[in-house]
Design a protein. Structure first.
Length: 334
């Protein structure tokens, strides 16, 4: 009991103080009961009133303890509330039991009278009640120590959780910064890619235009080459015709000269004009292979001699025409 009082003084808990006070009162009760036993014959009613008052005081103190424990339970954590609630229920059951005992004692006192009250409230019963109160006090102190330990443990867990939350917040901030950097780099790369795609699109359009220009130029060049080739073929055909005419003229001139040589006995010297005509014909017909004529010129007879008929649709060069006319006039004079 002295240990309980010292614990109550150190802890400063009003509940423990009340419990210790109750124990001292219960200890003082046997002495009072002995004194009351000596004067039981004279003052039985006073003893009964004191017993009733003491029971009422005990019940009231238990009620205050229960209320104090209830008030303390509101300030603790969930685990403390559960433990306190269990303790409150146990104390309420004890209070109800004490009330029932009080009612039973009152009934027995009423039935037995003043002589029975001294027997019921003997010292042994008071010691039993005192031991019960001591056990209740021990349980209350153990519960209080357990609640203090739980509270300390919960504080440590709370501090640990706060540290973990701070670490988690720091990690989240670092991850958020990394995510922002990634998004910024991604946006920059996307813009660069879009710019590169735009440049490539412009280059593609330029290459397409160049390709179509080259195709158009190639088409025009092909058409021009075809036209030039057809023109060249026409010119080659015309050259062939002119070569055939030159070959025919040279043969005709050679035949005329041979005829004149056979007809005229004394050979006269060839005039320079006739010689120049022959040289021009030889120059024009030099290195020209003999080909078949594509179109034979028509011949007409004028004064017993063959005469060339000039066609307007067969244009000749100036040199060929001059050589032809000079030979024609020379042969006519001879």
């Amino acid at each position: 009991m002295e240990d309980g009082e010292q614990l109550a003084r150190r802890g400063g808990d009003p509940t423990l103080g009340r419990s210790s006070q109750e124990q001292t009162e219960l200890r003082a009760e046997p002495l009072a009961r002995d004194e009351a036993g000596e004067a039981a014959a004279r003052d039985a009613a006073t003893v009964e009133r004191r017993q009733a008052r003491s029971f009422h005081d005990t019940v009231r103190q238990r009620g205050t303890e229960v209320s104090n424990l209830t008030n303390l339970s509101t300030h603790d954590t969930t685990l403390d509330k559960v433990l306190l609630r269990e303790e409150v229920l146990a104390l309420q059951e004890e209070v109800a039991e004490l009330k029932r005992m009080k009612e039973m004692l009152n009934k027995e006192l009423e039935e037995c009278g003043g002589g029975c009250s001294a027997e019921l409230l003997s010292a042994a019963e008071l010691r039993v009640q005192l031991s019960h109160r001591e056990r209740d006090l021990d349980r209350a102190s153990e519960a209080l120590q357990a609640m203090k330990a739980d509270r300390k443990r919960l504080k440590m867990e709370k501090a640990e959780l706060v540290n973990q939350m701070q670490q988690l917040y720091a990690t989240l901030e670092s991850r958020e910064e990394q995510l922002r950097d990634f998004i910024r780099n991604y946006e920059q790369h996307r813009k660069e890619s879009e710019d590169a795609v735009k440049v490539l699109a412009k280059e593609k359009d330029l290459l397409e235009r160049e390709k179509w220009d080259l195709r158009r130029q190639t088409k025009e060049a092909t058409e021009l080459a075809v036209a030039l080739r057809s023109t060249q073929e026409l010119k080659e055909n015309r050259i062939k015709e002119l070569e055939a005419e030159l070959a025919m003229m040279s043969n005709y001139v050679a035949q005329k000269l041979e005829c004149q040589l056979f007809v005229r006995a004394p050979e006269k010297p060839v005039s320079p004009r006739n010689m120049s005509a022959k040289q021009s014909l030889a120059t024009l017909t030099k290195d020209v292979p003999k080909r078949h004529s594509l179109a034979m010129p028509t011949e007409a007879v004028v004064n017993g001699n063959q005469e060339w008929v000039m066609h307007a649709e067969m244009p000749l060069t100036a040199a060929i025409r001059q050589s032809q006319h000079s030979l024609y006039h020379t042969l006519d004079r001879h």
